[in-house]
Every structure is written in C-alpha cells, then in structure tokens.
Design a protein around this ligand. Structure first.
Ligand code: GDP
Ligand code: MG
Length: 181
C-alpha cells in the first residue's frame, strides 16, 4: 500500500492506517519518502501488461458514459496517465507500507474502493473521503487524486514489495492475537 501525496496533505495518514489495522491486518513495513519519477515509472510498469490494460480500461470508461475517449490507442492514453502519475506521486512525501494477513491483497482492495473515487462504493476509503473523477482529472490534466495505491494482485504485490523495501526493512514479528485466536 502507498499513501499518495494527497493522503499526506489532507492529514488522512492515521485515518487510513486505522482502517487497515482495525480489519486485522498486521503492519510489517512502513516508510516515508519523496519518490523519484523513475521509481514511479518502474512501479507502474512492473506488470508488462499495465500500459495496455489501463489504456483499454480508460477507453471503456469513457464509452460507458457516452463520451469520446481522448484517443483510441490504449498506449497513447497510458503515456499521458503515466506522465501525470509521475508528477503527482513525486510532488511530496508518500508513505509505503506492507500489510500482512490472510487474503491481504483482496481485502485491502475491497476496503480501499474502486480506482475512480466518483464510482467507489460508500464505506470504502476512496468512496468516503474523495471528490474526484477521471473527467475532472483529465480536464485539469492531472492524475486522479485517489489517496492510495494498493497492489492489484498477489503477483503485483510480490513485484512491488521488493521495489519499495529491502529485505531487512520488513519485520517478522508476532502479535499476541496470533496465539490467542
Ligand atoms: P489502482 O490499482 O486502483 O490504483 O488503479 P490502476 O492500477 O488501474 O491505475 C493506477 C493509477 O492510474 C490510478 O490510481 C489512477 O491515478 C490512474 N488511472 C487508472 N486508470 C485511469 C483512467 O482511466 N483515467 C485516468 N485519468 N487515470 C487513470
Ligand atoms: Mg493498480
């Protein structure tokens, strides 16, 4: 999980961490940093399919609202998204975290909510705390301010964790509830 610069600026760090903590996941890594543009580009392209899939998703999202997408070429769309993400994610400090637990990736995604805050379900972090949409972001020529990055799959998490953390920055420890429950 990465708390993006808007989460830090809006003083939502504690609020968001509390959501994952109260779910019952265990925090095993945490750090604050201002990422470089290269670090962000590598992060989003660890999955070689990301450019194509995200571009196709954007085209579908425009069409489902009866709008004309900015381009019919998924890679052209993703190039712009990536440029905006690099600007957004390097604009200030972020908090990178690793949460451990059964179904951790799936449950983090569930309580984080959908990528576009406008459509994110009520009760999710993005749904409860953000007013933003692809249309607003595209109009302002910036990334969607959706507070959080969460790994999309276990495979993605397995690539992202070593991208952000060294082995010794991940802490192997027990909490008492693991013995009791
Ligand atoms: P996530 O895993 O829910 O964060 O979403 P993705 O991995 O699909 O996308 C990563 C980031 O790219 C998102 O957090 C958005 O900032 C941006 N993004 C993804 N899809 C779109 C889109 O359709 N339009 C725009 N403008 N930005 C997008
Ligand atoms: Mg993703």
């Amino acid at each position: 999980v990465i708390l993006k610069p808007d989460a830090v600026q809006r003083a939502l760090i504690g609020e968001i961490i509390a959501r994952y903590e109260r779910l019952g996941l265990k925090l095993v890594g945490l750090k604050m940093m201002v990422p470089s543009a290269d670090q962000i580009e590598q992060h989003y392209t660890l999955d070689p399919q990301w450019r194509r899939v995200t571009g196709e998703k954007t085209i579908a999202s425009y069409k489902s609202r009866g709008l004309t997408p900015p381009s019919e070429d998924p890679l052209e769309i993703t190039a712009k998204i990536l440029k905006n993400l690099k600007g957004y994610m390097t604009a200030g400090p972020v908090i990178a975290m690793v949460w451990e637990g059964a179904h951790a990736v799936e449950l983090v995604r569930k309580i984080t909510g959908g990528t576009e805050p406008r459509g994110a379900a009520v009760g999710t972090i993005r749904g409860d705390f953000v007013v933003d949409s692809y249309i607003m972001a595209d109009t302002d020529n910036r990334a969607v301010r959706n507070l959080i990055h969460g790994s999309g799959s276990v495979e993605e998490a397995n690539m992202e964790i070593p991208h952000w953390f060294s082995e010794k920055e991940l802490i192997n420890y027990r909490v008492s509830r693991e013995d009791v429950m």
